[in-house]
Design a protein around this ligand. Structure first.
Ligand code: ZN
Ligand code: ZN
Ligand code: FE
Length: 758
């Protein structure tokens, strides 16, 4: 006889509403152990009794064979007195509140539910809202916690007897699945016209398919909002969508039925395959295959498609009948994604020919997330559906902080204990709608985390809407945080680092502590203090913000900086009137409306404009993206343009003039755009590495953190990591949050929290 023992086990993490208790019940009964399992306010508690070896195996399986949506953040075991109890049971929660437990992100429909969806013998055959404890909506339907049906938007749908039986049965996959429903009792589809009037038809889904095949634009209500769908192989339909959406060039995302379909139009590596099929189901950037059936207007001038697989049962039913659909977020450019029904019909009126809607309310809108592969691992470009509200573990516990994020790609962040929770993607803070939507996101995150922030962190920029938002929290202490310091801290925090780091922070725009516009920065420091040790040379940004929309202005600024009054105008290919050019040169000379900038993004803009890629952009980062797209496979062997690095006092400055001179010579020799792009990328990488080496000599050896939107550029980032590693630098990059401004709030929160710790 082996010794019988009793263990008390407490499990924290995403362990409620994800089938965790029945999972515990199953493995306990499998090992013939006795005891109980129940939810409490922190997570799940287990009492288990039996032979020591079996209890050990039970604990092993507990962590090794988790249900798909569960995630354990902590397990604590302690011994207890053996009671001789027999049998194992699930008992109802001892406390009403499950507030410290974590809500799971929305999940794609699981494979068991998919089998049932397409099984004519199943009672949920073709039911577009099938789900179970292992899958389905979570974050987007939760109004408050604990995560229980009455506090979700499923409160509108009382379960039928059959659903109720499943819900109560610990052996059912639907035991306590809060969104559990069937065609008898659950949400229903309907099809409406552009005015919101319902269209009479037997089968709204089939009618939608018919209309899409005819080339119509249909707004489809999904998990976190609306998509605008058109047949991706129909160029005329895609063109109409572009015209109606006033979206001239930004690529549209695609959805394809399965990996096999994706392979017909895009190249997929094993890693990308894993990213596409992961439970988060993000949009993955994939290299286009030439000559596919996809309409050319889906992603003009881009070597990549953004592709996702279906993630709701409704998507599966729709996509079964197409090679691929365009599924772009249902908003007018620059407005938040539509998610309320009335709102959607009004916002999308004049864009959509019809609306495929359902009556399950979306409580929180969540856009699709976007990832790309970088250095053999996924890199997030937009962190939203599927990832939110998963927490990021912080180096140490600190005060609860609300961080308001950046002006562009806004995401807010709340910290609680040793975790930071970032919101879904809110958007660019350029109108009242987005400001309102940010406020809703704050309220929601605050209520599901039940945390009262004690500090508000915000960007240092005096004119940002988010800075003014901070004033709304009158009773709380405000902590302004410098933009690039926040980027640095964000990268440190998600890497669990709390030492001095050299941050290489390259992005488009950020208010610097000297009042200039920063964005090509070398910052040495930690969460508390940071010192600027290097940057790209300052130069004027003629017209201020206008220069970010018209890259040719930066090109002229770089030329004036390099050549003075005697510009090599014969090699320029801009579509600009001589008078305009003259005016711009005067603005630079007289320093009129020409703030100084050290922005890396603007350097990319200038180069893109000089090589003739783009004088004007229709969305932020477009010129830089297209300059990256111009790179060919052999870019690594193309040589590099010279930048020079000089020191002024304690500051290292990267001077772009030698690079510009060489580039102009190459333009005159008609060197190809891809060759020029390669030499620019290679040269900039070398300059970054050189500055890091000189900082090391001057200040000592510190890990290098790469952050800022410029490091969404895969070639630049991979090459910089490679060369820094060759020089024996430890390199930190983003993996859990985006390097762009979408990850900024994390850094703001950590800085504010640690600076004000007792
Ligand atoms: Zn399922
Ligand atoms: Zn039912
Ligand atoms: Fe930034």
């Amino acid at each position: 006889m082996t010794d019988v023992i009793r263990k008390h086990i407490r499990v924290e993490g995403i362990v409620q509403g994800v089938g965790f208790r029945p999972f515990v019940y199953r493995i306990a009964t499998q090992w013939s152990l006795s005891g109980v399992v129940f939810n409490d306010s922190q997570g799940v508690q287990i009492e288990v009794e039996g032979p020591a070896g079996d209890v050990a195996r039970f604990i092993g399986s507990l962590q090794g064979e988790l249900p798909p949506l569960a995630a354990i953040s902590r397990v604590e075991c302690s011994d207890g007195p053996v009671t001789g109890q027999s049998g194992f049971s699930i008992i109802e929660s001892r406390t009403a509140s499950g507030r410290s437990a974590q809500i799971a992100p929305d999940s794609h429909v699981c494979s068991d539910c998919l089998v049932e969806l397409f099984d004519p013998g199943n009672r949920r055959y073709h039911y577009p809202f099938i789900n179970c404890t292992n899958c389905g909506p979570r974050y987007s339907i939760v109004a408050d916690i604990p995560y229980d049906r009455p506090l979700t938007t499923m409160v509108d749908f009382p379960m039928c007897a059959d659903c109720e039986i499943e819900y109560r049965d610990p052996f059912s996959r639907r035991f306590h699945a809060q969104p559990n429903a069937c065609a008898e009792c659950g949400p229903q589809l309907s099809l409406c016209d552009g005015q919101g009037e319902s269209i009479r038809c037997n089968n709204p889904l089939q009618e939608t398919v018919t209309r899409l095949k005819k080339g119509q634009i249909i707004a489809v209500k999904g998990l976190g909002g609306y998509h605008l769908a058109v047949d991706a192989t129909n160029n005329a339909a895609v063109e109409r969508l572009r015209q109606r959406k006033h979206r001239d060039e930004k690529p549209f995302a695609l959805m394809a039925f399965n990996l096999e379909q994706v392979r017909t139009f895009a190249r997929i590596t094993t890693l990308e395959e894993r990213m596409l099929s992961g439970i988060e189901r993000p949009i993955v950037l994939l290299e286009k295959l030439p000559g596919s059936c996809i309409a050319s207007l889906v992603a003009p001038g881009n070597r990549y498609y953004g592709v996702m697989l279906p993630y709701t049962p409704l998507h599966h039913l729709l996509l079964k009948q197409f090679s691929a659909l365009v599924m772009t977020s249902g908003n007018r450019t620059d407005e938040p994604i539509a998610f309320e029904d009335g709102d959607a019909t009004c916002r999308l009126d004049g864009i959509a020919d019809g609306f495929l809607v359902h009556d399950r309310r979306i409580h929180v809108r969540t856009d699709d997330s976007i990832v790309r592969s970088m250095g053999g691992e996924p890199l997030l470009l937009r962190r939203s559906r599927g990832y939110v509200p998963r927490g990021v573990i912080l180096p140490g516990t600190h005060l609860p902080v609300l961080a308001l994020g950046a002006e562009l790609k806004n995401v807010i962040c709340l910290t609680r204990g040793e975790r930071a929770y970032l919101s879904h993607h809110i958007g660019d803070m350029n109108n009242q709608d987005v400001v309102d939507s940010q406020r809703q996101a704050i309220d929601h995150l605050q209520s599901i985390l039940e945390v009262e922030p004690q500090l508000v962190a915000h960007d240092m920029h005096p004119d940002y809407l988010s800075t003014r938002q901070a004033e709304a929290f009158a009773e709380l202490k405000k902590v302004p945080v410098q933009h690039h310091h926040a980027h640095l801290a964000s990268c440190m925090a998600e890497n669990g680092v709390n030492v001095t780091v050299l941050g290489v922070i390259f992005d488009g725009t950020g208010y610097g502590s000297d009042g200039h516009i920063w964005g090509g920065e070398f910052l040495l420091g930690d969460y508390r203090n940071v010192k600027r040790v290097g940057h790209l040379d300052y130069l004027p940004m003629p017209g201020g913000d206008a220069a970010t929309k018209e890259p040719w202005r930066m090109a002229i600024s770089y030329l004036v900086q390099t050549f003075g009054a005697d510009l090599p105008e014969d090699v320029l290919s801009f579509d600009v009137k001589p008078a305009e050019l003259k005016l711009l040169k005067q603005m630079i000379a007289r320093q009129l409306n020409s703030p100084l900038t050290s922005s890396g993004g603007r350097l990319f803009d200038a180069v893109a404009a000089l090589v003739g890629i783009r004088d004007r952009v229709s969305y932020e980062g477009q010129a830089a993206l297209e300059l990256e797209m111009a790179l060919e496979e052999d870019a690594g062997n193309c040589g590099s343009y010279p930048f020079s690095v000089r020191s002024e006092g304690e500051m290292l400055l990267i001077d772009s003039r030698p690079m510009i001179r060489q580039l102009i010579k190459d333009l005159a020799k008609r060197v190809s755009c891809s060759q020029i792009s390669a030499q620019f990328h290679n040269g900039l990488t070398q300059a970054i590495v050189e500055v890091c080496e000189r900082v090391r000599i001057e200040h000592g050896n510190f890990p290098v953190a790469l952050s800022g939107g410029v490091f969404q550029n895969r070639y630049l980032t991979e090459r910089t990591i490679e060369q820094l590693s060759e020089k024996a630098f430890e390199v930190l990059v983003h993996r859990q949050v985006p390097p762009n401004d979408g990850g900024l709030a994390l850094g703001q929160a950590v800085i504010a929290g640690l600076q004000h710790d007792a």
